[in-house]
Ligand binder design. Structure first.
Ligand code: PMP
Length: 458
């Protein structure tokens, strides 16, 4: 009996898991799913249950699972040369840096690392050194937004604006402050989307002035705040930030760890807003998470100022695994697939189509707002549409469980009020098929009780 065998195998593995493995976020997860394989948008657990991976892992498997041509590219590179530093150079890093310049639609120098957190740390260090070399050593602070996530290492966590993630790890790095997020549904300035003067952008300038422009090195923003609850800013927000940065000689760092590589419906999220950042950080979709790799793209002007600063201008930062040749080869193949299959425009289509099909949810008593950026979607759940009180944990959990039971994995996020995770998130692979779009939307409609004949989770 095959099923019994699988159950036995699962129990044996779980025993070791409970004894030896420290899980991320919830170390005491006693009954984790054990994922064994994936194909396209679907993953399969050890008991043979199939789920549509509605979050692309952790917003990262952009080209979908099971791409053997990526495995082949990795194997080929491992057989040729598996390791070389970037103190010297190697072919996949050179080709990838050139390809990223094409995708960024600008001239950038690319510094490779391993994770999104690493990429942001590099940006912070390069930004400080850049000002230092220009005789402006006092410019050292970074300003980010409450609700934003920028990583788990001490600097990146300092830039993160989610108190619940930080409280037990303080003191963090000095020189990081935060401004209110551009959260139109719960506007911190009491305004309405589409009828405001983008006070959330002005808040950034106010913070720079209060802190003292001579002390501020840069600001860091995601094009939309993804992990903090899919917070989509007013259309002119990012371009206003660009102007404010120029006015005060402050660097604009755009964190594209989630929004990049097609998730936004364009190649990078800042391109949706027509803005040119000074630095762009990226990870996740760079390799579709087939192998760890991240990058910090630094404007050619900034890079030149390092070159011109003479012998003392080394960037004293080396990273053993950063820009590993195998990961670079994987990234090149991944980007080739994104281009060949037109997955960037597919992403925009997936988002629009899902939103369209999920329209009936908008009138649901516990759906406050549905927000979208490319193919990343947030459904903000509330107890009451009028008061906007965030939905209870039980209500959110019931939706997640209902989806899982029907074979759809989605995410949750938030901290609208600290501790409340009331925003459902969706970020399916960019290769999601038409039938799968229907499956995702129909499943959500069923679970919310918005289609005929289904039980209601209200
Ligand atoms: N920035 C953003 C916007 C992220 O979403 C993440 C990860 N979720 C990071 C940075 C950190 O990336 P990593 O987990 O690879 O360090």
């Amino acid at each position: 009996n095959e099923a019994a065998g699988d159950t036995e195998a699962k129990e044996a593995l779980l025993e070791k898991d409970r004894k030896y493995l420290w899980h991320h976020i919830s170390p005491h997860n006693e009954n984790p799913m054990i994922i064994v394989s994936g194909e396209g948008s679907w993953i399969t657990d050890i008991e043979g249950n199939r789920y549509l991976d509605g979050m692309s892992g952790l917003w990262c498997v952009n080209v979908g699972h099971g791409r053997t041509e990526i495995a082949d590219a990795a194997a080929e590179q491992m057989k040729t040369i598996a390791y070389s530093t970037l103190i010297q150079s190697h072919v996949p890093a050179i080709e990838l840096a050139a390809k990223l310049n094409e995708w960024l639609e600008g001239e950038y120098r690319i510094f490779f690392s391993n994770s999104g957190s690493d990429a942001n740390e590099v940006a912070f260090k390069i930004g400080r050194q850049y000002h230092h070399q220009r005789g402006k050593a006092s410019k050292h602070k970074y300003i980010s937004r409450h609700r934003a996530y920028h990583g788990n290492s001490m600097g990146a966590l300092s830039a993160t604006g989610q108190a619940q993630r930080k409280l037990k790890y303080e003191p963090l790095g000095a020189g990081f402050t935060h401004v209110p997020p551009p959260y139109c549904y719960r506007c911190p300035f009491g305004q309405k989307r589409g009828a405001c003067e983008t006070q959330c952008a002005q808040a950034y300038e106010d913070a720079i002035i209060w802190e003292g422009p001579d002390s501020v090195a840069g600001i860091i923003v995601e094009p939309v705040i993804t992990g903090g609850g899919m917070i989509v800013p007013p259309d002119d927000y990012l371009s206003k930030l660009r102007q404010i940065c120029d006015k005060h000689d402050v660097l604009l760092i755009v964190d594209e760890v989630i929004c990049g590589f097609g998730r936004s419906g364009q190649r990078f999220g800042h391109l949706n807003f027509g803005v040119r950042p000074d630095m762009v950080t990226m990870a996740k979709g760079l390799t579709s998470a087939y192998s760890p790799l991240s990058a910090t793209a630094v404007s050619a002007e900034m890079y030149d100022s390092f070159k011109e600063s003479g012998p003392d201008s080394h960037f004293r930062h080396v990273n053993t695994f950063g820009g590993n040749p195998v990961s670079c080869a994987v990234a090149l193949k991944n980007i080739e697939i994104l281009e060949r299959e037109n997955l960037v425009s597919r992403s925009a289509f997936i988002g629009k189509e899902l939103l369209n099909r999920m329209k009936p949810l908008q009138s649901h008593p516990h759906v406050g707002e549905i927000r979208i950026f490319g193919s990343a979607i947030g459904i903000e759940m509330v107890e009451d549409k009028q008061t906007k009180e965030p939905a209870s944990a039980a209500r959110v959990t019931a939706i997640l469980a209902g989806c899982k039971q029907r074979g759809l994995l989605i995410g949750k996020n938030g901290d609208t009020v600290p501790g409340f995770m009331n925003i459902l998130t969706l970020s399916p692979p960019l290769s999601t098929t038409d039938d799968e779009i229907v499956f995702i939307a129909d499943t959500l409609l069923q679970v919310f009780g918005r289609s005929e004949g289904d039980e209601r989770v209200e």
